[in-house]
Write a protein that binds this ligand. Sequence first.
Ligand SMILES: [Zn+2]
Length: 391
Amino acid sequence: MNKCIYCNQEFIELSEHIFPKGLGGGNIYVDFVCNDCNNKFSNIERELIQKSFIGFIRTVEGIEGYRKNRHPAALKYLDIFYRDTDLSLLLESGIEAGLKPYFKPQIIEHGSNYLAIAANNSDGEQLQKHFQRWFKDPYIITKFPDKDNKKYDTVQFSIDENKNIHSIHQSVSKTKKHNIIYLPMTVKEYDDIFTPRVFLSADGRLYVRSKSPKQCIKFLKNLVSYLLANGSISSPASMPSSATIESPKITMHFDFNLKKCDRAAAKVLLNVLLHFYPILKNHRSIENIKDFVLGSNVFLKGGFTDKKIPYFKFTDHHQILFIVSDKDLILYISLFGTMNYSFVVEGIGNEAKKEFGVYEAISVNYTDGQIKEENPLDYVQLLQDQINNLI
Ligand SMILES: [Zn+2]
């Protein structure tokens, strides 16, 4: 029977990867994190590997993680816009693995008209299919519930015999897959050319983007009314196409929580430390870092750092270093050689020294998932010079 270091629960099934699969780690599990805690951590992990710059790097490197969809990409929850100067339109875009841009199929307000834009017929048909389904039961969700409040704010449209459209606000506990989800437009620099749109995301959901819920309701009401009167929406004569973009004018808008990224990085470091040195599991000094990972309001020295150590010379690896300094242990991680975190675990230095001496270096090959100990001795002098700079 295994015991979880976070909740003390006993468990059998291993589910927590030593190193997140989304960062290219292989299928190697730890025996000290239960499934419940593992599930809870997906919230902080998502912040680091899907929403932050790490998501961008994963997309460039083609590291997909678990799910595959139409446009596989690691970078999620990110607003990407393509500015089409010919049409004077700001389009919803996406980026797939290998950093290839594509247009999300969308219906966009254009003057007093609407345009249906898709990069190819199949995308256009998908959009039609989803939009028609919504049209039969037109709900939009304007506000998401927080953790405890399970209610969603929704607006339902109804059409009377005179083809007048009414909107009814209500709160519901469940949403349906074909509901349209409201997203606010937050990027101010595009105020001049931004118009509301409804688009189909790679996850097969419809989203509407506008400057406010009020503008969103008005846009959808007008769109429904236009469709009732005209039957369909035309496409522009010259369609922008992903294949023909030579120098795409793409803007990305990141929105992520730094503290959650710190917690996710600390969790990965603790996983690696305790996997290689399980005896340290019982040391009271790791309580602090555990509490930090769990989100308690504890102080843990360290976090995101711009300090780099030119330690491993090879590419395709994440680098992890454990360094004993006085009585403390410094945990250091460099993800993709660019995003660096370091944390100080106080009072565990002597025990750590018994386990691995002054340094321990571990590399994670993100192309094949291999995790292995490296020999840091060649670099001792280099490290020594830089240890004090790491925090
Ligand atoms: Zn647990």
